[in-house]
Design a protein. Structure first.
Ligand SMILES: Cc1ncc(COP(=O)(O)O)c(C=O)c1O
Length: 327
């Protein structure tokens, strides 16, 4: 294993299931669709951050931190899973969230409170700047803060997705299946960067396609290549990745981050009604909507096998229920 030498706590429910989507595959008339169930990683309703936090929390504990600080959007899945990890390992958690406190506490935000996190509203200031100021103040008061970056996306966190790709490789070998494409939601980049580092190291022949949630292709590819190269170095691998090593589609940015449109609504309904699986309105709904659109547009060949890597976020379904009226 590429990550065996790194400090790691055990918190995620692994390996996550690898499941076929037979009814949806039949409904669209192929190609064969599968799903990797990282919505089932555990840690306060699951999601991709559980894998990253296994490595991040281990580093925090090694540094004898007593408080985790992270930042994100009002309905951040990453913030919710960081709060759960903090509670699980006896660390305080402070969440610096974008904007102002909303009138109603719903979805992830409700869970953040239940998990005992202290919440700071950043207002118009960039949350990561507020978080780093707070970390400095806390240090001056004798606390030992550990700052987790946006989305847990640094080389330590991305190592979780290096291990995840190795997990998938083992499952594929056992079941005798090879995927031509892995499709996932990509935003702060740690998930895709980790997968691509391991894909290179294990000579995976398929494509890892990130459906961008909020960045233009060039911006996301630049971030991915930097993060993946740093992640490889963190693991002791000699691997330099350039923007050209990443597949990204930014055709589904719509009205911007978190703006739910028919693309997400229809994707959520399609998967729910064909397979009984739940997506989220911000990340996986957009990414699966992009996948369905590419399928309709002939973006894949009928004989290929496609894996949708479900990165979680279903708690956010309860965060903005008014944007999801069933058709
Ligand atoms: C449900 C979900 N899917 C995908 C992502 C994107 O993952 P990454 O930030 O590693 O690109 C996030 C990030 O917050 C998420 O919450």
């Amino acid at each position: 294993m590429l990550t065996n030498h790194l400090p790691r706590v055990t918190v995620a429910h692994l390996p996550t299931p690898l499941e076929p989507l037979p009814r949806l595959t039949a409904q669209i008339g192929g190609p064969e669709l599968w799903v990797k169930r990282d919505d089932q990683t555990g840690l306060a309703t699951g999601g991709n951050k559980a894998r990253k936090l296994e490595f991040l929390v281990a580093e925090a504990l090694q540094r004898e931190a007593d408080i985790l600080i992270t930042c994100g959007a009002q309905q951040s899945n990453h913030a919710r899973q960081t709060a759960a990890a903090g509670a699980r390992f006896g660390l305080d958690t402070m969440l610096v969230l974008r904007g102002e406190e909303p009138a109603r506490m719903e979805g992830n935000l409700l869970l953040d409170h239940l998990l005992g996190a202290q919440i700071i509203w950043a207002g118009v200031d960039p949350p990561h700047e507020v978080a780093s100021e707070i970390a400095q103040q806390l240090e001056a008061e004798g606390r030992r803060p550990y700052v987790v970056p946006y989305g847990g996306s640094n080389p330590v966190g991305a190592s979780g997705y290096v291990a995840a790709m190795e997990e998938l490789t083992a499952q594929c070998e056992k079941r005798g299946i090879t995927f031509d494409h892995i499709v996932l939601a990509s935003s702060s980049g740690g998930t895709q960067a980790g997968l691509v580092v391991a894909a290179r190291a294990t000579r995976f022949q398929g494509r890892v396609l990130g459906i961008s949630i909020d960045l233009r292709v060039d911006e996301l590819k630049a971030e991915l290549s930097q993060l993946a190269t740093a992640t490889a170095a963190h693991l002791g691998l000699e691997l330099a990745l350039s923007p050209a090593d990443f597949s990204v589609d930014d055709g589904y940015l719509g009205g911007g981050y978190g703006v739910v449109s028919d693309l997400e609504r229809s994707a959520i309904e399609t998967l729910a009604r064909s397979e009984g699986l739940l997506l989220d309105p911000v990340y996986t709904g957009r990414a699966f909507g992009g996948l369905l659109d590419l399928l309709r547009d002939g973006g894949f060949q009928k004989h290929e096998k496609i894996l949708f890597w479900h990165t979680g976020g279903t708690a956010a379904l309860f965060g903005k229920p008014e944007v999801l009226p069933p058709s």
